[in-house]
Design a protein around this ligand. Structure first.
Ligand code: ZN
Length: 134
């Protein structure tokens, strides 16, 4: 697997408007995209910080993954995403190395990226996402 950089850090928020205001007014970053990912029951907002992005995640359904995360732990860092050249191949490689993948094959994430999540039980409690451009 060839990881080039941290593609993004996903942060679960309770109120997207307040979260965007914090990142824009306090940190001086510009929100360049807001996108709903129906599949994951979230609304996302993106900020660039060098080669890495901040992905804010607001739940659109209490039964969705972010809804459950917020109910259990409150707002905070939800996942870290590594950019790789080929997610399909990377998911096969991690399983060969004994790491449990939540996704056996890639699915579509925000910004049209191919993504796959690894199980936090296999990655020191950190929900880890691998992603690549199509
Ligand atoms: Zn992500």
């Amino acid at each position: 697997m060839n990881i080039s950089h941290i593609e993004h850090i996903g942060i679960a928020v309770e109120n997207m408007d307040e979260a965007i205001a914090l990142y824009e007014k306090v940190f001086g970053l510009k929100c360049y995209a807001v996108e709903e990912v129906a599949d994951q029951k979230v609304k996302t907002a993106f900020f660039k910080v060098g080669d890495t992005k901040i992905e804010l995640l607001e739940s659109t359904d209490p039964e969705g993954p972010i809804g459950k995360f917020i109910a259990k732990k409150g707002a905070g860092i939800h996942h870290i995403a590594f950019a790789t050249n080929n997610v399909s191949q990377a998911l096969i490689e991690v399983e060969e190395k004994g790491v449990a993948a939540i996704d056996k094959t890639p699915r579509k994430g925000a910004e049209g990226l191919n993504i796959g999540f690894l199980h936090p039980k296999s990655t020191l409690g950190v929900l880890t996402e691998l992603c690549s451009e199509k």
